[in-house]
Design a protein around this ligand. Structure first.
Ligand SMILES: [Zn+2]
Length: 275
């Protein structure tokens, strides 16, 4: 679609064990029984979209301030440490293209994990605060696992209780695939959590698909497909890969993976716009 464009807002890197990204990446064998784990560094980013009718839209928001320091529980900071600078948080990334959170009209949150939803903290009582789209299944599940009768404030699986309590936000639920506006489709994807919202952007030049963490990196997508180590539902993951295969063929689309260090090294970050 003419006039539709997007930019990549880089929020730094998360380090973690490669086995969280690809399950059993190096199985032991009779000759090598104790295989060492591999520690890797993956990018984290959100996507800023400019639409001729809807204005400025965000797909994901990155982490919350202090997630890299003391905000998240210790075991998350030890197993998934975030390395980022103040300049890489969402508000500063928006300023690279002369925007502030007040300029955003609508936010699509792929799922409520901390590295995607934490930046909602910048939107209390802004124009976008009433226009936040999330997966109903993901939101409900995240709310449940972080608010049941445990004293543990972290529900596991990447959800963090405080990220459901930013003041002045209204969430709108998406349950089915739908066209948001000409050139923008929202797709529902299983596997990683009960429901991840993926995005299809039909630019004038090419179609781009953003599956978010439903497919973490190219290695998961394959072929052959490879299960991630963090997985809610294995059948849902298979269905996601098949759905993306079909969309990719239909539109000759490019898939942009959310945490793929190799692919990310070839992406051009903001202020550059793909159009
Ligand atoms: Zn993620």
């Amino acid at each position: 679609m003419k006039g539709l464009k997007f930019a990549i807002l880089h929020h730094g890197y998360i380090e973690n064990d490669f086995a969280w990204n690809v399950a059993v990446p190096k199985p032991g064998n009779i000759k090598e029984k104790n295989v060492l784990s591999e520690w890797i560094r993956v990018p984290t980013f959100s996507v800023l979209i400019s639409h001729p009718d809807l204005g400025w839209i965000l797909y994901d928001t990155g982490p919350c301030l202090r997630d890299e320091k003391d905000r998240l529980p210790l075991f998350v900071r030890e197993q998934f440490p975030l390395f980022t600078s103040r300049e890489e948080f969402l508000d500063k990334q928006l300023s690279l293209v002369n925007l502030t959170p007040e300029d955003i009209s609508l936010i699509i949150v792929s799922h409520m994990h901390w590295d995607h939803a934490g930046g909602l903290s910048f939107f209390s009582n802004t124009k976008a605060s009433k226009n936040i789209l999330v997966s109903e299944k993901d939101y409900s599940y995240g709310l449940t696992v972080t608010h049941h009768c445990s004293t543990e404030p972290f529900g596991g699986g990447g959800y963090f209780k405080d990220n459901f309590h930013f003041p002045g936000l209204t969430f709108n639920f998406i349950e089915e695939d739908q066209s948001l506006a000409p050139g923008i489709d929202i797709i529902t994807l299983g596997g990683h959590t009960p429901g991840v919202l993926g995005l299809v952007l039909h630019l004038e030049s090419d179609t781009f698909i953003f599956p978010s963490d439903a497919v973490n990196m190219s290695r998961n997508y394959g072929p052959p497909m490879a299960y991630p180590g963090i997985l809610y539902d294995s059948i849902g993951f298979q269905q996601t890969v098949r759905k993306l295969n079909l969309l990719q063929k239909t539109y000759q689309a490019k898939i942009i993976f959310p945490h793929d260090p190799v692919q990310f090294s070839y992406l051009e970050p903001a202020p550059y716009f793909y159009q």
